[in-house]
Design a protein around this ligand. Structure first.
Ligand SMILES: NC(=O)CC[C@H](N)C(=O)O
Length: 384
């Protein structure tokens, strides 16, 4: 293990919100300054997966779970090659991590990756504030001498907000790569990387799918060059209203009637391709305990979420779209937000949440099987 200065030895730090509210604590992770949208996540576990989820780019994540870092940092649970959050806010960091897989402490990893955090914050008061006022621009500043609060508020207010930000190209792979099928290969899928998490191709691979992960800028020709049985659109950061390229690509895939599955950002892209709008939620859904109903079966599942935007589609009617009839297949039981879409006249569907469940409960794993059965049916149709 590397060593770092922890607890009382760390410099003073402040979390500054755009509305002028200031929370005081101590530096956690790297010392310095960072900006991002302050959002809260309600997961009790899974901080390593959260911090390395590219969908969190440009966000300062507040952990509502009061104790963070207990299981340290391991070499297995990263969802991408690096930590993507722009800052991390915790109440009570572990002084001594303890887990058989831990290689170092969370604090050490934050330092090593230069991620500025803050500890000792009343995260309950902060979460209530964000819930009442909504997610907002923020900054974390640490060091022995800091500018005045008024100066820091001004600097936070000069930052761009999340609305209108296009971020998926920044986080996506630049080179295509293949995740081989585990066991017998049944299908080939082209997965458009808009900020994909490592567990997602793995969930497909373990079902016999060879996954070709393609850059966010992949063209229709590049997608069909891999001769896909299905096309997948991943999760990703930023405002879906900016994603013109992926919307055009998805429309081309829909026009060819290739089986299609999207998650999170991918659901918002499908919404847009169908002609629905997207909008920003007041404080979003983030955590691994969100109740969703699959309206096609009536079943309720507890699911992993990380979204600040949502699709604006009618809940109780079938919509006519450029690609035939579509309906809202899933809904969040906390607030009736659209959590899934499905086409009725061709094999395409999506969910707003994270069935790959890293971290999170596995209730939604059936969605990967649903994608598989769409590809099976399409293949049988071709043979007939
Ligand atoms: N996890 C995701 O794909 C997030 C999608 C989008 N950036 C949002 O915040 O709603």
């Amino acid at each position: 293990m590397t060593t770092s200065t922890r607890g009382a030895a760390k410099a003073p730090a402040v979390l500054v919100l755009e509305d002028g509210r200031v929370f005081r604590g101590r530096a956690y992770g790297a010392v310095g300054e960072t900006f991002g949208e302050a959002v809260f996540s309600t997961g009790m576990t899974g901080y390593q997966e959260t911090l390395t989820d590219p969908s969190y780019a440009h966000q300062i994540v507040v952990a509502t779970a009061p104790q963070i870092g207990n299981t340290g940092w391991n070499d297995e649970d990263d969802e991408s090659a690096r930590i993507w959050v722009s800052g991390y806010v915790v109440r009570d960091p572990a002084r001594i991590p303890s887990n058989w897989r831990a290689k170092r402490s969370l604090d050490d990893e934050l330092v090593a990756q230069g991620i500025v955090g803050i500890s000792g914050i009343d995260t309950r008061a902060l979460t209530r504030h964000l819930r009442e006022r909504g997610s907002m621009r923020s900054g974390i500043f640490s060091g022995e001498t800091l500018p005045t609060d008024a100066e820091l508020v001004e600097r936070v207010q000069a930052q761009p907000g999340m609305k209108g930000l296009s971020l998926y190209e920044e986080v996506a792979t630049k080179e295509a790569y293949v995740v081989p099928a585990i066991g017998e290969k049944k299908f080939t899928v082209a997965a458009i990387d808009l900020g994909i998490k490592g567990m997602t191709p793995h969930r497909m691979a373990e079902r016999g799918i060879e996954v070709h992960v393609l850059p966010a800028t992949a063209t229709e020709e590049e997608v069909y060059a891999v001769e896909p049985d299905g096309v997948f659109f991943s999760n990703g950061p930023g405002d879906p209203a900016t994603a013109e390229g992926p919307v055009a690509l998805m429309s081309a895939v829909l026009a060819r009637r290739t089986p299609l599955f999207g998650i999170c950002f991918g659901n918002q892209i499908l919404g847009r391709a169908l002609g629905f709008g997207t909008y920003k939620l007041k404080y979003g859904h983030r955590g691994i305990n969100q109740p969703v109903q699959d309206r096609t079966t009536g079943k309720v599942e507890v699911t992993a979420h990380n979204h600040g935007f949502a699709v604006d589609a009618p809940l109780d009617k079938i919509s006519e779209t450029p690609f035939g009839r579509a309906e809202v297949s899933h809904v969040c039981l906390n607030d009736q937000v659209v959590e899934g879409l499905q086409l009725l006249d061709q094999p395409a569907f999506s969910v707003q949440y994270h069935p790959e469940a890293a971290a999170g409960p596995h209730d939604a794993a059936y969605l990967f099987d649903r994608f598989l059965s769409l590809m099976n049916t399409a293949q049988e149709g071709q043979r007939a």
